[in-house]
Design a protein around this ligand. Structure first.
Ligand code: C2E
Ligand code: CA
Ligand code: CA
Ligand code: CA
Length: 278
C-alpha cells in the first residue's frame, strides 16, 4: 500500500460491471425497438378538478423488450439521448399520438389536446420544426391540439435557438409547456421571453405539498407567478385527496396524477369512454 494516505483502492465490482454491460446492450438494441415495433404509448389524462372532466392527455412511451420485458423510460430515455436514437423515437411518438387522437375524434369524442415530450437533444436538431410540421400534415392533425412538453432544464441550453424554434412553433399554432418546472432554476426574465403557454409544477413539490411548508410555499409562488405571466398551470404527480384540496385552495385547477388516473393504454381509454358515454 502507498504511504501518503491518498491511495485509492478500486475493487472489482461484478454488479456494476454487469450493469454497464447491460446498458451498452440496451443502447444497441434501441434501434431494433423502433424498427421492430417494440414501443407502445400510454396516455395519462389531465383533469380539471372543478368539473372532474378530462382536459387533455400526455403520451408516455413504453419499451417492451423481447427478452427483458418492460423497460421504464427513465432507464432507456437517457441512453437514447446519448446515442441519438431519441430523435426517431420521439418522431414515432409524435406520429403515433397524432394518429391515436385522430382515431378518438373519429369515434365521436370531443377533440382534446394531446401532449408529447420533446427532449433537449431533439429540440436542438436544426430541422425539428420542419419534421414536426411534416408529421402534422401527414397525419392531418390539427396543430392547435398539439402540445409539446419540454423540461425547464432542456430549455436552458442555447436560449437563442430555443426562443427561435418556440416562436416558429407558436406561429404554427402549437403550444409548448415547461415541464418539471421548479427544478431548473430558469430566470424570471428568460421565462418571460419564452413563448410558452403552460407551466407544469414538478412532482417533487406536489409530493410534499401537504406536509412540508417550504414545498407549499414554492408551489404557491409558482402558481401566483404563472397567473401574473398569464400562463396556465398544471400540477403533476397528484396522488391524494389532500393534495387536490390544497391545490384547489391555491387556485391551481389543472392536475395530473395517480389520484385521478394512471397512464392508460388505448384499450383502457376506449373502455372508460364507452362507460361514460352510455
Ligand atoms: P414526465 O414527463 O414528468 O412524466 C410524468 C411521469 O410521472 C410519468 O412516468 C408518469 O407515469 C408519472 N406519474 C404520473 N402521475 C404520477 C403520480 O401521481 N405519482 C407518481 N409517482 N408518478 C406519476 P413515466 O411514464 O415512467 O415517464 C417518466 C419520464 O420519462 C417522463 O417524466 C419523461 O421525462 C420521460 N418520458 C416518457 N416518454 C418520453 C418521451 O417520449 N420523450 C422524452 N424525452 N421523455 C419521455
Ligand atoms: Ca412530461
Ligand atoms: Ca413532468
Ligand atoms: Ca417530473
Amino acid at each position: 500500500a502507498k504511504q501518503n494516505g491518498s491511495a485509492q483502492y478500486r475493487f472489482y465490482d461484478a454488479d456494476s460491471d454487469r450493469n454497464s454491460q447491460e446498458e451498452i446492450r440496451l443502447e444497441q438494441e434501441l434501434e431494433d425497438a423502433v424498427e421492430q415495433n417494440q414501443l407502445r404509448l400510454l396516455y395519462q389524462p389531465k383533469f380539471d378538478i372543478r368539473s372532474g372532466e378530462t382536459i387533455g392527455y400526455e403520451a408516455l412511451v413504453r419499451w417492451h423488450h423481447p427478452v427483458l420485458g418492460e423497460i421504464p423510460p427513465l432507464r432507456f430515455i437517457p441512453l437514447a439521448e446519448k446515442n441519438g436514437m431519441i430523435v426517431p423515437i420521439e418522431q414515432w411518438v409524435l406520429r403515433t399520438a397524432c394518429l391515436q387522437a385522430k382515431s378518438w375524434q373519429s369515434e365521436g369524442h370531443p377533440p382534446l389536446p394531446i401532449a408529447v415530450n420533446i427532449s433537449q437533444v431533439h429540440l436542438m436538431k436544426p430541422d425539428i420544426y420542419e419534421t414536426i410540421l411534416q408529421t402534422l400534415s401527414e397525419t392531418n392533425f390539427d396543430p392547435t391540439l398539439l402540445e409539446l412538453e419540454i423540461t425547464e432544464s432542456a430549455m436552458m441550453h442555447n436560449e437563442e435557438h430555443v426562443i427561435e424554434i418556440l416562436d416558429k412553433l407558436k406561429a404554427a399554432g402549437i403550444s409548448v409547456s415547461m415541464d418539471d418546472f421548479g427544478t431548473g432554476y430558469s430566470s424570471l426574465s428568460y421565462l418571460h421571453s419564452l413563448p410558452i403557454t403552460c407551466l407544469k409544477i414538478d412532482r417533487s413539490f406536489i409530493r410534499k405539498i401537504t406536509t412540508d411548508k417550504d414545498s407549499k410555499a414554492i408551489a404557491e409562488m409558482i402558481i401566483s407567478m404563472a397567473k401574473q405571466l398569464e400562463l396556465t398551470i398544471i400540477a403533476e404527480g397528484v396522488e391524494t385527496l389532500e393534495q387536490v384540496a390544497l391545490l384547489e385552495e391555491l387556485q391551481c385547477y389543472n392536475v395530473q396524477g395517480f389520484y385521478y388516473s394512471r397512464p392508460l393504454s388505448p384499450e383502457q381509454i376506449h373502455y372508460k369512454n364507452s362507460i361514460t358515454a352510455s
